[in-house]
Design a protein. Structure first.
Length: 95
């Protein structure tokens, strides 16, 4: 199982396709990151991702576009303890 722990880091920006070659990654923990938004291409290449933890962050909206590459494999998505005020229409239809 490939499970890098990035939780609690002061990550506040992310470049294009940071995990593009991480095809064996099953769990990604970005809990506590200071990301305000998730770039649309952030999770491209994560073809086996089952668990994505984005809890305890600063997100203000649901990362609908960013989750499209992982919506068929993702089993657990944790967005708890963010500042998300509204859930995008149809967001949960992808899961």
């Amino acid at each position: 199982m490939c499970r890098p722990g990035l939780e609690g880091n002061d990550i506040d920006t992310c470049g294009s396709r940071p995990f593009a070659t991480s095809t064996s990654l099953l769990i990604l923990n970005l809990g506590g990151a200071e990301l305000l938004t998730i770039p649309a291409d952030m999770f491209e290449g994560l073809t086996n991702l089952e668990e994505l933890l984005l809890n305890d962050g600063l997100l203000t909206s649901t990362p609908t576009e960013a989750l499209k590459p992982v919506h068929t494999t993702l089993e657990i998505l944790d967005l708890s303890d963010n500042s998300i005020a509204d859930i995008a229409p149809g967001f949960l239809n992808n899961f």
